[in-house]
Design a protein around this ligand. Structure first.
Ligand code: MG
Ligand code: MG
Length: 254
């Protein structure tokens, strides 16, 4: 049973959404060849704490950092490191906040310098697949409508849709019901209710969809080591049209 959030709760979640969105933008403006993901992690952690919030990923099931930093063939859950980013890399930055009792969660995949045309396409299509999913996040629809929209859009470009990980409800806990897979059948899955808050987060691969878990138990890699992209927004299900609680505007309009 998934309960919708009250308007008071949604307002607090929007504050979290703005905070994660701004934290991602703080990271984004520093992304360049030669910068390490550890440096970027510190930027985000400082920003989050300076705003009175807690970086919710730090210590989550033992995760060692404020950000998941997933470079190239790492799909999600990469650890930040001292390895400098290189021209042509892509890096998924996933950020979570805990503020006033609620959670924020968003991710954006950045190009490092110039990337090749296929990689550029992967980023564009993954982000658009997220927006295609959001279009379906309306009261009365089903989770499968979101899943199906994400999957069919991404696959129409020949990209792979990772099956092993999914989006999720969000609120007082970072991961709540329902799960929101990136593949599925229209008209199936839990019913979407006005006021439900969910994270939609396509994880899309340039090659085959298959992934494996690294020996550290966290980083998820593509089996063929082709690049993967990951974009995530938090939205509230509404009648007619979902509202975004987080946004890429701070990244893209700065
Ligand atoms: Mg996330
Ligand atoms: Mg998430």
């Amino acid at each position: 049973m998934v309960l919708p959030k009250t308007e008071e709760e949604i307002a607090l979640m929007r504050e979290n959404g703005i905070l994660v969105s701004k934290a991602l933008a703080e990271v984004g403006k520093r992304i360049a060849p030669g910068v390490t993901t550890n440096e970027l992690n510190r930027v985000a952690e400082t920003f989050i704490r300076d705003n009175g919030a807690i970086p919710s990923f730090l210590g989550y099931d033992g995760f060692p950092a404020a950000l998941c930093m997933s470079v190239n063939d790492v799909v999600v859950h990469g650890f930040p490191s001292d390895k400098p980013l290189e021209e042509g890399d892509i890096v998924s930055v996933d950020c979570g906040t805990f503020y006033k009792g609620y959670n924020g969660d968003s991710a954006y995949t950045f190009a490092v310098g110039e990337v090749d045309a296929q990689t550029k396409k992967l980023l564009e299509v993954t982000k658009q697949s997220l927006y295609e999913g959001i279009k379906q996040a309306v009261a009365g629809a089903r989770v499968g409508d979101i899943s199906h929209a994400v999957q069919t859009y991404a696959e129409s470009f020949g990209f792979g849709v990772v099956r092993e990980l999914e989006g999720h409800g969000i609120g007082k806990k970072m991961h709540e019901n329902p799960g929101v897979p990136n593949y599925g059948r229209r008209g199936h899955g839990p019913r979407l209710i006005d006021g439900m808050t969910i994270c939609i987060e396509p994880m899309i691969t340039a090659g085959k969809k298959d992934v494996y878990l690294a020996r550290n138990g966290w980083a998820v890699h593509t089996c063929d080591h082709k690049k993967a992209a990951h974009f995530e927004l938090t939205v509230v299900v509404r009648k007619g049209r979902a509202q975004q609680l987080s946004t890429f505007d701070f990244i893209e309009n700065q």
